[in-house]
Write a protein that binds this ligand. Structure first.
Ligand code: 5AD
Ligand code: SF4
Length: 438
């Protein structure tokens, strides 16, 4: 095709992976990538629906593209991903200059849709769903040192606030052998860190009944792989075998992203989460006993319908007890069609903001304390490259996903080094290289 392609990604890691898969497929068709929307022949926005704010950002960016489309009508503009699935009519109404709308389950068909697309024929909408697993679009030769692999897609849990089951469909798992083949190809092509992705990753069950820990145990044998991670786990379904497998294989990082969402039982029930506050704390206690050095990260939603001050303080208390490695905190946003959207969104925005800021400041305090404890220790760091904040320094991640900044040569990117920690802030550890551990 020889066209210039620009993809902008909003949302989660699964979306980042999908953008990469789409890019790989279109590059194989002869497209070239550009970061410059003005120069592109095809502009794709891979979108998120998880909160209203995420969608409004896309609409405002689409608004900017209107001028570009008026100047160069031959430019093909596509909205792909979760928002394309959730709201095709709204996109057509609010952004009539969009040419292609393609949901997450239709991405394997996108190369064909683009090849057949004739400008001026109106918007082409694909939201029907494809049986094909999109990883088949991947070009392993272009593997980065750190790669994502999806092992399951979709979700059956129907948390009352969540749009995911509606836009990404029912849970389906990939065959263990297919995952292992892909991971071997990626590692052969240079990947050293693999992150397995799934909206409800520990619900993974393939057609032969194998669970996530079977996948992890298999991948732990892949020669050359240094770090294996998986996100995102659900507290209602994590099993002891998963933790035992994590403990058994050094290559599996002692890191668990296990969103709690709230510390109050009434809210957890209204969210349809399937566990209590006590059970959540018990799980992480058990996991920390089994997996040496385990760090747990979490997500929280503040201002869920009916959340009282007392219930918010239950979340505060849970955060102090759990001492998370990191927390992502969100203000509740009603999503059309979900069960919670029928409840009264009665916590005023100002209160949501205050609670959001409250949890963030507690998490900051916890991280500050924890980072002080880590000063003087050494960690294996996977070097990502030059630090964005401090161009003279490198940045990388520990096995538990903490950010480390240190001096070193750019050529160390993609390698492993041992870094001794000298100082810290709540978000970052600062240190110096002790040795090259590659
Ligand atoms: N409003 C606010 N936050 C939400 N999340 C999911 N749905 C909503 C919503 N309707 C948050 C949850 C989830 C993370 C990806 O986004 O915390 O874990
Ligand atoms: Fe957003 Fe969820 Fe879709 Fe990811 S799966 S892009 S978080 S709506």
């Amino acid at each position: 095709m020889g066209k210039l392609l620009c993809i902008q990604t909003f949302g989660c890691q699964m979306n980042k992976l999908d953008s990469r898969l789409v890019a790989d497929a279109l590059l194989a068709d002869g497209c070239e990538l550009t970061d410059d929307e003005k120069a592109a022949d095809v502009i794709l926005y891979n979108t998120c629906s998880v909160r209203k704010h995420a969608e409004e950002r896309v609409f405002s960016r689409l608004g900017v593209l209107k001028r570009l489309k008026a100047e160069r009508p031959e430019v093909v503009i596509g909205v792909i991903g979760c928002m394309a699935q959730r709201a095709p009519d709204e996109i057509i109404r609010r952004a009539p200059h969009v040419d292609i709308i393609c949901g997450p389950q239709d991405l394997p068909n996108l190369p064909a849709i683009l090849a057949d697309y004739e400008p001026g024929r109106g918007c082409f909408v694909a939201t029907g769903g494809s049986e094909e697993w999109p990883e088949s679009l991947r070009d392993a030769c272009r593997s980065p040192v750190s790669a994502f692999v999806s092992v399951m897609r979709g979700c059956n849990r129907f948390c009352s606030y969540c749009i995911v089951p509606y836009v990404r469909g029912r849970a389906r798992s990939r065959l263990l052998e297919d995952i292992a083949t892909e991971v071997r190809q990626l590692v052969d092509a240079g990947a050293r860190e693999i992150t397995l992705l799934g909206q409800d990753v520990n619900a993974y069950t393939d057609e032969k009944g194998r669970r996530l820990w079977h996948v992890l145990a298999e991948l732990a044998q892949v020669d050359g792989l240094r770090r294996l991670r998986f996100v995102t786990s659900h507290p209602a379904t994590v099993e002891r075998e998963l933790f035992e497998t994590m403990a058994r294989y050094g290559v599996i990082c002692p890191y668990l992203h296990l969103p709690a969402q709230s510390g109050a039982n009434r809210v957890l029930e209204a969210m349809n989460r399937g566990y209590t506050r006590g059970r959540y704390l018990e799980i992480i206690r058990e996991a920390r006993v089994i997996v040496l050095g385990l760090e747990v990260a979490s997500d929280f939603i503040v201002g869920f319908p009916g959340e009282t001050d007392r219930e918010y303080h239950m979340t505060v208390d849970l955060m102090w007890q759990a001492r998370f490695q990191n927390c992502f905190i969100f203000k509740y946003s009603p999503r059309p069609g979900t069960k919670a959207s029928k409840m009264d969104d009665d916590v005023p925005l100002e209160k949501k903001r205050k609670r959001n800021a409250g949890l963030l400041s507690i998490q900051k305090e916890i991280m500050e304390e924890r980072h002080k404890e880590l000063e003087g220790e050494s960690f294996e760091v996977f070097v990502q490259g030059v630090s964005k904040r401090d161009k003279g320094k490198l940045t990388g991640r520990t096995r538990t996903n903490r950010i480390v900044v240190f001096e070193g040569d750019e050529s160390l990117a993609g390698r492993f080094v041992e870094v001794a920690i000298d100082s810290s802030t709540p978000l970052t550890l600062f240190g110096h290289i002790e040795e090259d551990a590659s």
